[in-house]
Design a protein around this ligand. Structure first.
Ligand code: SF4
Length: 203
């Protein structure tokens, strides 16, 4: 897989202390995307599913993991490997939340075994392309056109409670690639960040 980052504990993209996984590679190029650095796949981010399982296993063996959030990039662009990974994640926690730019209905109609495996395994899908004009900073969703699709009814009450009781927050992680800002960013975040970097003279 091409995976840009694995972070723990992610507390702002779903209930509890989660492992966040960001895939690399996305064909959409949405205006205002907060992760444009994840559009292109990079050789340095290549990792086998087994290596990924080992990394996650080492976190799970020493920390409490309440669930997983998979974002990107476009996770469905690596559906075969993602299906295999999710099969393993389910042995740790079935609270698996996946962001995708595709609509649930469009994925369902693809008749792909890998996509079917993913849809039948994840608890929550947040679907639809990011549209900057519809970014109103609502919980878990980058823009209002996106849907929160609860695919595992066991998590319905938990997520409904989560959505009613939290507000968006940003978490910053220090990584080998620099500081990574995690969460639902407000409209114009990418532009403002780029302006700050340019003003600082670091590029
Ligand atoms: S689908 Fe997501 S990662 Fe891809 S360009 Fe749009 S907002 Fe960015």
């Amino acid at each position: 897989m091409n995976i840009a980052r694995i972070l723990y504990p992610v507390k702002v993209l779903g209930p509890g202390n989660r492992i966040g996984i960001w895939v690399c590679g996305c064909p959409r190029r949405c205006r205002g995307c907060s992760n444009p650095e994840l559009w292109e796949q990079r050789p340095k981010y290549e990792i086998t599913v087994q290596e990924l399982k080992d990394v996650i296993g080492s976190i799970v063996s020493t920390h409490k993991v309440d669930g997983f959030t998979i974002s990107g990039g476009e996770p469905m662009a690596q559906s075969q490997a993602l299906a295999e990974l999710i099969k393993y994640l389910k042995t740790v926690s079935a609270d698996i939340l996946v962001y995708t730019g595709y609509r649930y209905e469009a994925l369902y109609k693809q008749k792909s075994d890998y996509i079917d495996d993913i849809l039948s395994s994840v608890a929550v899908l947040i679907d639809g392309q990011y549209i900057e004009e519809l970014n109103t900073n609502i919980v878990l969703r980058g823009s209002e056109n996106q849907n929160i699709v609860i695919l595992n009814s066991e998590y319905k009450a938990n997520y409904e409670n989560y959505l009613e009781t939290v507000h968006n927050q940003i978490q910053n992680f220090t990584t080998a690639d620099g500081v990574v800002s995690v969460g639902i960013h407000h409209r114009g975040f990418s532009k403002a960040l780029l302006t700050r970097i340019m003003d600082s003279g670091e590029v």
